[in-house]
Write a protein of this length. Structure first.
Length: 566
């Protein structure tokens, strides 16, 4: 059972939304909203059943049984797996506002329980978030259980670790267009909002304008810019009811007539909206949503997603050129090891330009100041410690090795000479650290730490002026000064492996935004953007296939290019 919605159902007995009796249905990506049971289990009741329930939302369900409970879910003599679900604003007259377990041993992992209630002001019961009866043994791992009444978890359970249990949730201001609400990061993203950061308040937050004048673009819908397209639509609907052109009236709300009030709104908001980064930029990423690892591109607001490669082989680590016309990437489409390919930004004119014997090509970037024109920089590695950094002209000539070692993710400073890159510092897999190769002198190590999940560092590039770097370390995203050793580290997004991972950060071309991949608890890897201070967090891709971003560049029409030599 997948992608279903159970809403507004009423049961005279148990299981308002779903009742499973001696059955084990898999339930994926379903919503249980505003269901009610006169008995137990407002959203779902499992009786002698062991279903897998994954990535579902239980919202505003209720149980009215004074002796039962489980506003969101009631498990009795059952062993369900509940993975990556949200339980929010469910209510039980008895125990267990979010979940009630009786003679049950569910496995609850990567879930959020918030604003659920057991009882009311007249008579509070037990387990606002989760109630475990004495003969139950729920295993609770990596959950956020917060803000429930009268308490969070009551009764015995096995603590699987990494749980956040508190009367206070990780809350912050969430901008949904120009409206502001205070809610958790998870709820904000699910509602399509911009999360402005933990601890922020609406009183201190200036939500970016949704651009009321942005009513149409070249493809029909809003495009993030108020320009001639919007003006033409308004004029075509002049003195009518619109509807698109009826933006506002004398009282600040649409008044049923397209007139001078609407014209003044368009003229007053003319230009790019600040709700998203510049629309003249493209984000390229690798995705497995089509079954194999392929290269995709989209606009900076997540629109116009397009698959650029489609091959039985695996394509990865795309890098868009600074002028937005070319994309370099690694692929095994011509056999192993991985080789370096280049194509136009629309996926045409694809050619192999470099292969290094016995080494797998990965993580490329660009040098626009090569002696004979633009060059591609890339890492090529094998085993635990072999490889190096290389550069090659766009036509495949002048292949040159720059370093010797397990090196990848090369980036040049704006001077065109100073090179920063990752290097594996030992045979241990989690030993990557940032290094610098100056124009004159020896390679210098810029970050340090004993090889582990929490110290390995992967580089994401420079800010526009070269003074800052962004990188991931310990599955978290950081910004620091670009000196070596680095200084002034600032933590933007804190993560942990494997259930809350932040990685592969990259700067926007104007240096005002970041793009990165995030795997939330119970979810899949998808692509997000934020401002460089970590505010205005927004999700751009929503897919069950792994999406991993690599680069953000300007978007321009592709140009022709000489074929690479045989």
């Amino acid at each position: 059972m997948e992608d279903c919605e159970f809403a507004g159902n009423l049961a005279d007995g148990n299981g308002g939304g779903m009742y499973n009796d001696i059955s084990n249905p898999p339930v994926f990506h379903c919503s249980f909203i505003d269901n009610a049971a006169a008995g137990s289990g407002g959203g779902m009741l499992n009786h002698h059943s062991d279903p897998l329930i994954a990535y579902c939302a239980f919202t505003a369900n209720s149980s009215d049984d004074a002796y039962g409970g489980g506003g969101g879910m009631y498990n009795v003599n059952s062993f369900p797996i509940v993975d990556g679900c949200t339980f929010e604003e469910n209510a039980a007259t008895a125990d267990g506002g979010g979940m009630h377990n009786r003679y049950a041993a569910p496995e609850v992992k990567d879930c959020v329980f918030t604003n659920n209630t057991a009882g009311d002001d007249d008579l509070w019961r037990l387990g606002g978030g989760i109630y475990n009866y004495y003969y139950s043994d729920a295993t609770i791992t990596n959950n956020e259980v917060c803000g429930n009444l009268p308490d969070q978890i009551t009764g015995p359970y096995t603590d699987g670790g990494s749980n956040y249990i508190s009367t206070e949730c990780h809350l912050g201001a969430c901008c949904i267009e120009d409206d502001c609400v205070v809610e958790s990061q998870v709820d904000c993203i699910l509602s399509g909002g911009m999360y402005m950061g933990e601890g922020t308040t609406c009183a201190d937050t200036d939500c970016p304008s949704p651009c009321p004048g942005d009513i149409a673009g070249p493809d029909g819908g809003p495009d993030g810019t108020v320009d001639v397209h919007d003006l033409l639509v308004l004029l075509s609907q002049w003195d009518s009811a619109g509807p698109e052109g009826d933006i506002t009236g004398p009282d600040g709300i649409p008044d049923g007539t397209v007139d001078v009030h609407d014209l003044l709104t368009i003229l007053g908001t003319w230009g790019e909206c600040d709700y998203y980064p510049s629309k003249d930029t493209k984000i390229v990423w690798r995705s497995e949503r089509s079954g194999t690892s392929s290269i995709w591109a989209m606009d900076s607001d997540g629109s116009n997603k397009i698959q650029l490669t489609d091959d039985l082989g695996n394509d990865s680590t795309p890098s868009i050129s600074p002028d937005g016309t070319e994309i370099a990437f690694a692929s095994d489409r011509n056999g192993t090891p991985y080789r370096l390919f280049i194509m136009n930004s629309d996926g045409t004119d694809m050619q192999e330009i470099a292969a290094v014997a016995d080494l797998n090509v990965q993580f490329s970037s660009w040098n626009q100041q090569g002696p004979d024109g633009p060059q591609v920089l890339f890492g090529a590695v094998s085993g635990c410690c072999d490889g190096g950094l290389f550069r090659v002209d766009m036509d495949g000539t002048n292949l040159e090795q720059l370093t010797v070692g397990y090196d990848s993710r090369p980036f040049l400073l704006a001077d065109g000479e100073t090179l920063f890159f990752d290097r594996r510092t030992s045979s241990l897999s989690h030993s990557h650290q940032l290094h610098r190769l100056p124009p004159v002198g020896f390679i210098q190590q810029c970050t340090f730490g004993y090889p582990s999940e929490t110290t390995t560092t992967t580089f994401g590039g420079f800010s526009l002026d070269g003074s800052k770097i962004v990188y991931s370390r310990g599955h978290s995203i950081w910004i620091a000064n670009s000196n070596c050793p680095i200084s002034g580290e600032t933590l933007l997004f804190e993560g942990s492996y494997p259930t809350n991972v932040w990685e592969t950060p990259s700067w926007s071309p104007d240096g005002k935004w970041l793009v990165f991949s995030h795997t939330p608890p119970g979810g899949d890897s998808n692509i997000y953007i934020s401002r460089t201070d970590g505010t205005a967090l927004r999700q751009l891709t929503f897919d069950s296939g792994a999406d991993e971003v690599e680069r953000w560049g300007v978007g321009k029409a592709p140009r022709s290019r000489l074929a690479a030599p045989e």
